[in-house]
Design a protein around this ligand. Structure first.
Ligand code: UDP
Ligand code: BGC
Ligand code: MN
Length: 273
């Protein structure tokens, strides 16, 4: 392992005062002073109620991004209210909002609980999508299946637009990332990965959240091909509740709506088929 995982307990009161944070610009932006960074990178973190994870992630990641001499900005994009979490909608809203800040070369979609363990895992984009987290402690540091793109995924904006972003239809845990993998495949965009020795992460343990019923997930995954060009970035409806520049990240609160009132709407559609 190169670089070190910072497992120390964070003193939250001093959270913003670590030495590495002193030159971070309000909103969570930084660039090297000794060179021009190769890429401007938006780190997008879908978020709700995981403040401790966020602190630990930035504590681990900021020194790595600096050593990689990147121009970066953190976007913490939070789903407003208490409705079931919808990560796809958050990612799509995040993409549209982040592009109002800068002409980013690269988007890294980053679960808040994934702690990078290796400095050599570059937070940049290639022409293909890059699944940066193939080796996670939770899966004993092996890739559980070849189409997995969950955890940490980097994509150039053109790639994200070409696949029409994420689906907006996955409410609750599971498969919105598998839907993204299918989109990439349908558009013949490759998925590349660092070797397992480099793409290493520790996932902070947490309780499981509300799951999307398996039959809904399977139905949606079967219909990606017919759906993806009309379900995604181009069909998202959302409202921005606020945009706040905090010392270490740009905090965007979005209202992305609520799941269909009839929870079985999608499966009843399925029954009609
Ligand atoms: N997430 C969050 N709050 C929630 C649910 C999800 O912040 O209540 C975000 C967070 O970035 C998290 C990601 O969505 O890492 C994926 O959700 P989760 O960790 O529950 O799924 P897992 O990847 O562990 O299966
Ligand atoms: C789910 C994915 C998840 C993966 C690993 C799959 O069954 O569909 O959303 O990322 O498991 O937990
Ligand atoms: Mn998790």
């Amino acid at each position: 392992m190169v670089g070190s995982l910072r497992t120390g307990i964070i003193d939250t009161k001093n959270y913003t005062f670590y030495k590495e944070y002193s030159d971070i610009i309000s909103g969570g932006a930084w660039q090297p002073s000794e060179c021009v960074a190769r890429q401007r990178v938006a780190i997008v973190i879908p978020f709700r109620d995981r403040q401790k994870h966020l602190e630990q992630l930035q504590y681990n990641l900021i020194p790595i991004l600096k050593r990689q001499q990147l121009n970066f900005r953190f976007f913490v994009v939070e789903q407003n209210g208490n409705h079931t979490f919808n990560k796809g909608r958050i990612m799509n809203a995040a993409f549209l909002e982040a592009r109002k800040f800068d002409d980013f070369d690269c988007f890294v979609f980053h679960d808040v609980d994934m702690m990078p363990e290796d400095d050599r895992n570059m937070y940049t984009c290639t022409d293909a999508a890059r699944h940066m987290s193939p080796a996670v402690d939770k899966f004993l540091y092996v890739l559980p299946y070849t189409q997995l793109v969950g955890g940490v995924l980097s994509m150039k904006p053109d790639v994200f637009i070409a696949v029409n972003g994420y689906s907006n239809l996955y409410w609750g845990w599971g498969a919105e990332d598998d839907d993204m993998a299918a989109r990439l495949q349908l558009k013949q965009i490759g998925i590349v990965r660092p070797p397992l020795t480099i793409g290493r992460y520790r996932m902070i343990k947490h309780s499981e959240r509300e799951i999307n019923p398996v039959k809904v997930r399977l139905y949606l995954l079967k219909t990606v091909k017919d759906r993806f060009m009309k379900d995604g970035l181009n069909s998202l409806e959302y409202k921005t509740v606020f945009v706040k520049l905090t010392p270490l990240y740009t905090h965007i609160m979005v209202d992305i709506g609520e799941p269909p009132r009839d929870a079985n709407k999608i499966t009843s559609l399925m029954a009609k088929k």
